[in-house]
Ligand binder design. Sequence first.
Ligand code: SF4
Ligand code: SF4
Length: 711
Amino acid sequence: MSQPLWLWIIAIPMAFVTSLLVKRALQAKTPADNDVVLYLLITMASMFGGAVIYFLSPSVVSIVEAVAFNAVLMTGGAIFILHRWTEGSLDEEIGKITVAPSQGAASDVVADATTHDAGTLRVGTRAAVISLILLNEFLMGWAFVLASGSFTTASGSSAQAALSTFSRVVGSDWFIFTMVLEMIFSVYMLRKNLPKSFFLIVIGQSIVMFFAPTALNSANWVTYSIYLGSVAMIGLLIYMYEYLFKNKIVTSAIRGYFLALLALYAMMMAGIFVWIIQGSALVFVLSIVGEMILYFNLILSKGSIESSKSRSWLTDPWWVFGFMTMTFVAEYFMGALIDMQYYGTGFITGISLAPISGSIVTQIGAVFYDFIIYFGSVTGSAWFLIMMGVEMGALVVFKIMITRELETKIRLVLVIAAYFIYSIFLPSFVFSSSIASIPFLGWSMGVGTAGAVAPVFLGAILGTYLITGVLSFLFGARQTCSVFCTAALMYQGTFPDSMSAFNRTSKLGRKLLTSRMSNLYKIVSSIAIVSIIIAAIASYLNSVGIISFTFFGTDIVFFLYIFYFNFLWYIIFISIPFVGTYGCVTTGYCHIGLFNQFVSRIGLFRLKVKDPTQCVNCETKDCAKACPVGLTDLPGNFIKSGQFRSHKCIGVGDCVSACPYENEYFYDVRGWLREKLGIKGSNKHGQPHLPVIGSPVQAEQFAGREANAKT
Ligand code: SF4
Ligand code: SF4
């Protein structure tokens, strides 16, 4: 039998036994039961510790040392526990189980000889159990790495050697795969202790952990584990987003768990990135250890998961900000890792950076330049966008499933199609070399998108503004902001959409409400427009040789594009809790958006209501509440003129879907043509409705009276 095989024959039962001990700890009926669990864990640790002593230097002497080590630890543990029993202090110190208020969930947790629905081990006992599990795994992993002959002693100082050994062992298949097995065994054994959603989250976590690239010494494993691990993590993130969308009220323990898990995933992805670039797995393995602590703490404290204080996560902007930031960091490094697998490590190591030298101003400029270029190289890459697209696109699919309006459903399908075809597939995989010569496609975000404002590209650039301008005139700015722009996909899924509440609750968000151009809006939009115009002129003059000006070798308008859309855009996105959703529209910082929005304002697009009287009698004003841009002046305009036109309206359509009376509808070139040609539309597309008054129930009654009157 090969060596690894017999080692696995030991490792798998050990994982099972450890899981049984975890279950046993949680089901302890008496304090003595807890001691038995701790003692067995100590015994296992001493056994593997002895094996490590032997394998570090196999000889008769080391066998004797190992046996002695075992005997001392096991006997010492037994004496200590016997002493505690005879002292009678056990109840107070380690064996006692505190009982959390029952939430009514079925549970097999038993405490202090009494059956309870939910229990949680006392912190000290929990910490002891978790520490011993980790120690066991570490010693077993170390012993097995040594036994399988794949361990080489690190050079350097003893501290460096210790860290290297720690990284090597925790990053090994013996530690990681065994931990995965323990997670699966224990979560299955204790499944009744966890809400179903958490059971699935833990299964997702174990799959993510299984695809640890450090686990196997194989280039193929590294590549496929990064791809498959990313897929698993994206799936888990989607599940968590949807969980939060469906459960606005969550306990503080769940919020804490989600935040800690995302922070560990951010660390994990950054750790793999560092490991691939520099060879050090320390950050990665620390994230693995952190994840195990988080997991076992969850399993051993089920009571607090369900019984801790509950509140809406939408009332905790700092938590949401932390969650969004950690998610973004994890995704950033995930995108970089996939890019490196697809294009080669040179994708990152080959990024041309400015040297940090010269005057202090030059050095500050170089640091800024390097940071933005490094950041933007990943966020602007095809694989980062694909990864984000899959994640946020899934949330858009969920949104389609709950959207009422056919027009909005169709638009959301177009959003997904535009994201993948228009923003990724065509520019990155089909036209990548000639993209700058193609209007609309090459310059999707206006000047700067595809490079310098050089004479050779003027036709493509002007063509872009012409095409997008005509489309905005006919259909409104929604053709850009709610279909073609990647922002549409990012903002319109279920989870981001639910955060539109921050437009009304955050201090800054409230300042940006309504169609009004606040001072802040005027300042931000002016800076955006002026900066892009100056940069475009400088870029042109530089291209024709009149001036010689670049920013550390990069065309100034191209750099500005990277800064605005590959960096600042994401900062605004993760700042939703403080800015609200669609910060790009509400602050006016996006120049191409501004262009389309102002063309739209003078174009044919607007929102109309079939009956303004209905808006007068409407008590809920759901349209205003639903708007993700925060256009709370919708009802007032409907009442006043029966329509709503605003440069900030990007036609998302949530207001149309939200109107309980189906009173509101879109109007654009199609409605205009119908009017001009005298074609009567359906009720949903322009045909004035019979006036209905009050609630939907009254509306039905009214419709009934109408029907009776006709018969
Ligand atoms: S304002 Fe700009 S970034 Fe925002 S949705 Fe519109 S085009 Fe996209
Ligand atoms: S929710 Fe409907 S009826 Fe009420 S104000 Fe808005 S458009 Fe009018």
